[in-house]
Design a protein around this ligand. Structure first.
Ligand code: GAR
Length: 215
């Protein structure tokens, strides 16, 4: 490199885990493409389901993709250990759960402290925890007659959906809202909240004097 060439800026390498539709992955990809989310790159997209729409989207966009099939592993810890080895091999700085249906074990959480983020379609701590996934959340909110709902981005810890909250968006629930209608409104908010929080976390990681390598 000649003296007047500046080295390329370090980007935070994202490992994105998807199990389904992948609309949050798409929102993150589009935010990167538009320059709104400039500090990160998607290093890999991983799924536990070969047919996940999100995985197909990633392939279409030419992203690096991988499937880890749960049935090939004797237990969750072995699965997460294989995932961890792969994430390390890919030099991943930040793990993004984007509609990922599996509960992450301490094997992964302890290796990426404060470096795994999740988006959840409710105002946590309400309507979180085991079994609270996707439409089940919106159905429970409607059944309880709540006046508002929303979405939350949080750090993943060993307590399901209970890690530190990094950001939330509120959505009013109208009396005639169905769970499907509420899901659409919440999802629209997720798509702007997640890139915004990832940008904030990436900026913080880049500013860490000790760098952003995984333990
Ligand atoms: C999103 O609504 C996300 O918040 C939810 O699954 C959906 C995935 O949509 N996540 C959870 O319920 C996690 N507990 P997507 O595949 O289109 O991004």
């Amino acid at each position: 490199m000649s003296l007047n060439q500046t080295p390329p800026l370090k980007k935070i390498r994202l490992g994105i885990l998807v199990s389904g539709r992948g609309s949050n992955l798409k929102a993150i990809f589009q935010a990167i493409e538009s320059g709104e989310l400039s500090q990160v790159e998607i290093a890999t997209v991983i799924s536990n389901r070969p047919s996940a729409q999100g995985l197909l989207y990633a392939e279409e966009k030419g992203l690096n993709t991988t499937v880890f099939r749960p049935k090939l592993f004797p237990h969750r810890e072995a699965y997460d250990q294989a995932l961890l080895d792969y994430l390390k091999q890919q030099g991943i700085d930040l793990v993004i759960l984007a509609g990922y249906s599996r509960i992450i074990t301490p094997v992964l959480i302890q290796a990426f402290p404060q470096r795994i983020l999740n988006i959840h379609p409710s105002l946590l701590p309400a309507y979180g925890g085991k079994g609270m996934l996707g439409m089940a959340v919106h159905e429970a909110v409607i059944a309880a007659g709540e006046k508002e709902s929303g979405c939350t981005v949080h750090v993943v810890t060993e307590d399901v959906d209970a890690g530190p909250i990094l950001g939330q968006r509120y959505v009013p629930v109208q009396p005639d809202d169905t769970s499907e209608r509420l899901a659409e409104k919440v999802l629209a908010q997720e798509h702007s909240l997640y890139p915004e929080i990832i940008s904030r976390v990436a900026a913080a990681l880049l500013n860490q004097p000790k760098g952003v390598t995984v333990q």
